[in-house]
Each structure stands twice: as C-alpha cells, then as structure tokens.
Design a protein around this ligand. Structure first.
Ligand code: OAD
Length: 229
C-alpha cells in the first residue's frame, strides 16, 4: 500500500529553537529592521550595501546553527509517510536534518542569483556575497530571496502539493504573509490539520497544539507513526 501523504507548512518558529530569530515575535527581526529598507526590490535599488549586509549576516548565522528536534522529527515521519515540506524559511535546516522533499517558497539564503535573469541561480561559497560579484551575464548577484512586492513563483506548486495532502501540519508561522498563509485553503475538506505554535495564531478548523516546535513536533510525529501501523 502506498504511504499517506503528510504536507507540512513551516515558518520561522520551526527554526527558533535552533537560535534563528523569528520575524514578528517580540525581539524578532522586523523589530530591529525596517522591512522596506532590507527586503524589497526598492531597497535593493536604494541601498544595495545595506541589503547585502542584512542577508550576509543571516547567512553567516546559518553556519553557526544546527537543526533542532522539530526538524529531525519531520525526517523520522518519512519512515511511514510521504512527507512534503513547504517552508517559508530561507535557512537550510530541514535539508541538513535530512528531509528529502523541501520546497522553499521564499527562496534560499545559501543561493544567489542574477539580477537580470532569474533563472541564473548559484550556490554561494561561504557566507559572504560581495558587492561587484557578478553573474555570467555581467549583472550584480542578488540574494535568492522573494522580497515583499515580488511574485512567489513556487505558489502554484505549493498549492498543488497542499491539495494532495492526507494530513496537513502547520508549524511555527504567524500566517501573516500571503500568499503562503492562503495555502491552507487548498487543503481538501475533511483532511485533519494540526497547528503547532506556542503563540496566538488564528486559523479555523485546526487541531491546535500550543507548544514549541521542538517539543510539540516530536510528540505529534510519534502519534502519527503509531497511527500508520
Ligand atoms: P513570524 O515571525 O511571522 O511568525 C513566527 C511564528 O513562530 C509565530 O506564530 C510564533 O508564535 C511562532 N514561534 C515562536 N517560537 C516558536 C517555537 N519555538 N516553536 C514554534 N513556533 C514558534 O514568521 P513567519 O510566519 O515564518 O518572509 O513569517 C513569514 C514570512 O514573513 C517569512 O518567510 C519572511 C517574513 O517576512 C520573507 O522574508 C520574504
């Protein structure tokens, strides 16, 4: 018999216990930085140094952190389920833990791309993107990140994956940012949805597990693995 499909939508909260700041919690990144100054195409036009530095700092931090029990629990879930992760995170902690199917809706910190041809994407060596580092067509390389005001190219794929779920998990996202927050609307009626988050997240018709990802996820995974037997 083929495995049931579990689709998992993750946000910054799944990496919080690894030591990566979330965006909107108190002390979060958007309290320290103005979104419009670092995460928009206009910011890139206005102040390229600041934008490059902002993502260089994030990338540098990525080399100093490790996956946590939430990431590893999702890997274990693959023993008995066909697990598809849709992450809003630009870190690579799901992959480093060992998850096999990870879709990065908002881009990837470790990648950079041409600023004139979005198909020219490169792995950056080390943490530092330098001003004047160019693509093969001669344009400045930019972070491979979906900025505010830019389209989210992988949304149709993520919607399709969401609609194919037998079980849906939402972990560590405030569900504030669209279109990602709307993916849950593609889940078929009657499919169980679990939401793990210690904060106040509002989503209708979900089984709410008000816990941190690092404890809530391994517990839910154990339950799901038992159910699959
Ligand atoms: P947010 O910062 O908006 O939300 C983080 C969520 O994680 C909140 O609901 C917290 O309650 C929860 N949280 C905090 N600690 C947690 C823990 N230990 N375990 C589980 N949950 C925890 O982050 P996102 O929803 O991911 O986009 O933000 C969505 C997008 O907005 C990001 O991808 C980013 C940002 O601007 C871009 O930069 C394009």
């Amino acid at each position: 018999m083929s495995k049931k499909r579990v689709v998992v939508l993750t946000g910054a909260g799944v990496s919080a216990e690894s030591g990566i700041s979330t965006f909107r919690d108190s002390g979060g990144l958007w309290e320290k930085y103005d979104i419009s100054e670092v995460a928009t195409p206009e910011a890139w036009e206005r102040n390229i140094d600041l934008v490059i530095d902002f993502y260089n700092q994030r990338r540098k931090q990525l080399h100093e952190v490790k996956p946590n029990p939430a990431h590893y629990a999702l890997v274990k879930l693959e023993e008995k389920y066909d697990v598809h992760i849709i992450t809003q995170n630009v870190d690579d902690l799901h992959e480093r833990a060992g998850s096999s199917k990870v879709l990065h809706l908002h881009g990837e910190l470790k990648k950079v791309r041409s600023s004139i041809d979005e198909n020219l994407v490169y792995e950056l060596e080390g943490w530092e993107l330098k001003k004047d580092q160019k693509c093969e067509k001669g344009s400045q390389l930019r972070p491979h990140i979906v900025w505010f005001g830019e389209p989210v190219p992988l949304i149709p794929k993520a919607a399709e994956i969401s609609s194919s779920a037998d079980i849906y998990l939402i972990i560590g996202t405030s569900l504030n940012v669209y279109p990602a927050a709307g993916l849950v609307n593609y889940v078929k009626p009657g499919i169980p949805i679990y939401l793990i988050d210690p904060g106040e997240v509002h989503a209708p018709d979900v089984n709410l597990i008000k816990e941190k990802a690092g404890t809530g996820t391994p517990k839910l995974v154990e339950q799901l693995l038992k159910k699959a037997d």
